[in-house]
Structure formats: structure tokens, C-alpha cells
Design a protein around this ligand. Structure first.
Ligand SMILES: Nc1ncnc2c1ncn2[C@@H]1O[C@H](COP(=O)(O)OP(=O)(O)OP(=O)(O)O)[C@@H](O)[C@H]1O
Length: 282
């Protein structure tokens, strides 16, 4: 396994308060890793430190096995793509003209524009000026720009926050396809459904520190209360622990043909976040 991002005891303070209090995690090549946390938990600060837009106060942060400071060098910048809400697009130029400038900057053939715009479902709109675009369209242009040079690593800060369900689904499929081709993806979100749909592993960030980390399945198993709901034909509903002492009750219902539905009560990632931190993800 190749470690692409390695962060240990990372701290970052603004004025007197810690945006990152003590953050430790690593991401392996080929992973889609989700950073889940409510507003103000430190997600964007982490991306900014990892992409050398902000200096850390202490701790270690390595990307591609290099200290983050090396990410400023142009040959290393080419290895990653980044989508944040801090746009940097030229509002009076068209989508296509903006991406063409980026192609020049990264020495990417101009033909890459078509592929990137098709990826975000915007090729038909390529002549539109950026100042005429909706928030969701701008977000898709930024995503196209982030993948234009086919980076090995993508940092996506809330990539679908302004998108409608159709475009969100389109972007999810595209990100999975990119990941299958080998792109490692670090994404932040406060949308637990997004994390569950896309991510191989997730970390829960709250008040600048990681509270839990694992695959969605591991976290659900770890924090499940192991109960099942049994609905009977008489309309009653029973939540019982999935344990040996309840086998005879279940057996009797079943033997008497009383059961209408049975399902397990799996917690969502949002439930688990709430349980661990006492706050929700919004
Ligand atoms: N440049 C800055 N100066 C002062 N405080 C800052 C600065 N940038 C971030 N912070 C503070 O650091 C904390 C973490 O902010 P950050 O933007 O990383 O959170 P976030 O999880 O990305 O939130 P959101 O989901 O709202 O984007 C917040 O309390 C924020 O106010």
C-alpha cells in the first residue's frame, strides 16, 4: 500500500482558538476518504494546510511522502487538483476560455477541456460567460478545472453542496469512474448520505479533532445497538435486541404466522456522529 496523505498531531490556531486541535489520519492510494464534520469543524483548514495554502502551527503533514511545504512547487502542484469555493475564475471570460487559461498554466492539451466539461455535464454550455452561471454550474466548472490535468489526488471541499440531485448523481458516477482509474480522493462534506454513497473510509471531525475513523460499515457495526424491528399483522411494532434471549419470542410470532415485516435498525452515519459528539452535522 502507498500512503498518499499522512497527517499526525496537526494543529492550527487562528488568533486564540484552535481550528485544528490535534488531527491524525492517513489516506492510502486509491481511496475515497471523507472528512465529515459540521460547519466550522476544520475541514477547509485541513485542505488548506495539505495544499500549502496555509501554514500549520505544529505536527506533521505529508502528501506524496513529501512535507506539505513542497506542494507549492509547480511540479508537485500538478499532481493534485483542488475544488474549493474560493473560485479564482475570470467572470467575464467563458467557461471554455477559463479552462483554456488553466490548460496553458498546467501545460495540458486544449483537447482535455471537452472531456472535463463532459464529465460535469457542461460541454453544451461552454461558451457561457462565468458571470452568467448559477452557483451549481460554477461549482461544476470548478470541478472540471480540478480534474483537467488528470491529477493523482483530488481535494474536493463540499463538491456537491450547490448541486441538484441529477447533477449530484452525475458527479458521483464521474468521481467513482475517476477513482477506478486510480485517482485518490479526499473530500469534505457535512452530507452523511454523500459520505456513505461515495467513501471507502470516513473520519468524523468535530471542533478540530477526529472523533472516529473507519469504513461506514465498521462504524455502523461498532455503534449499532443490535436491535431489530418486528411489525406484526395486528399492526403492532416491537423493537427487540438481536440476541439469544429473544429467539423464542421471534419463534412464536413466526410459528403463528403473525409477522408482517422484520428489519434491522442500523444507525446512519448522522446518528453515529450525533451519538459521539452530541451535535448534528449541519
Ligand atoms: N482565516 C481565518 N481566520 C480566523 N479564523 C478562521 C480562519 N479560517 C477559518 N477560521 C476558523 O477556523 C474554524 C474552522 O474553519 P473551517 O473553515 O476549517 O471549517 P469547515 O469545517 O470547513 O466549515 P464549513 O463547513 O462551514 O466550510 C472556524 O471556527 C473558523 O471560523
Amino acid at each position: 500500500m502507498t500512503t498518499i496523505i499522512d497527517v499526525r498531531h496537526l494543529k492550527k490556531k487562528f488568533q486564540k482558538s484552535y481550528a485544528l486541535a490535534d488531527v491524525t489520519f492517513s489516506i492510502e492510494k486509491g481511496e475515497i476518504f471523507g472528512f465529515l464534520g459540521p460547519s466550522g469543524s476544520g475541514k477547509t483548514t485541513t485542505i488548506k494546510v495539505l495544499t500549502a495554502q496555509l501554514l500549520k502551527d505544529s505536527g506533521e503533514a505529508r502528501v506524496f511522502n513529501m512535507p506539505v511545504s513542497a506542494m507549492q512547487k509547480s511540479k508537485n502542484r500538478e499532481k493534485f487538483g483542488i475544488l474549493t469555493d474560493n473560485s479564482g475564475l475570470y467572470s467575464r471570460l467563458s467557461i471554455e476560455e477559463n479552462l483554456a487559461l488553466y490548460c496553458k498554466l498546467y501545460d495540458v492539451p486544449i483537447t482535455a477541456i471537452k472531456e472535463a466539461l463532459e464529465f460535469v455535464n457542461l460541454y453544451g454550455e461552454r461558451k457561457k460567460k462565468v458571470n452568467m452561471l448559477s452557483k451549481g454550474m460554477t461549482q461544476r466548472v470548478l470541478l472540471a478545472r480540478a480534474i483537467l490535468h488528470k491529477p493523482e489526488l483530488l481535494f474536493l471541499d463540499e463538491p456537491t453542496s450547490a448541486l441538484d440531485p441529477v447533477n449530484t448523481a452525475h458527479i458521483y458516477n464521474g468521481l467513482r469512474a475517476l477513482n477506478e482509474l486510480g485517482t485518490t480522493i479526499f473530500l469534505t462534506t457535512h452530507d452523511m448520505q454523500e459520505a456513505e454513497t461515495l467513501c471507502h473510509r470516513v473520519a468524523f471531525l468535530n471542533k478540530g479533532s477526529i472523533q472516529a475513523i473507519g469504513t461506514p460499515k465498521q462504524l455502523k457495526e461498532q455503534y449499532s445497538e443490535q436491535t431489530i424491528t418486528v411489525e406484526l399483522l395486528d399492526g403492532s411494532s416491537h423493537i427487540i435486541k438481536n440476541a439469544a434471549q429473544n429467539a423464542s419470542v421471534l419463534h412464536d410470532w413466526m410459528a403463528n404466522n403473525q409477522i408482517s415485516r422484520i428489519f434491522s435498525n442500523e444507525p446512519t452515519l448522522g446518528d453515529i456522529f450525533m451519538k459521539i459528539t452530541g451535535s448534528d452535522l449541519q
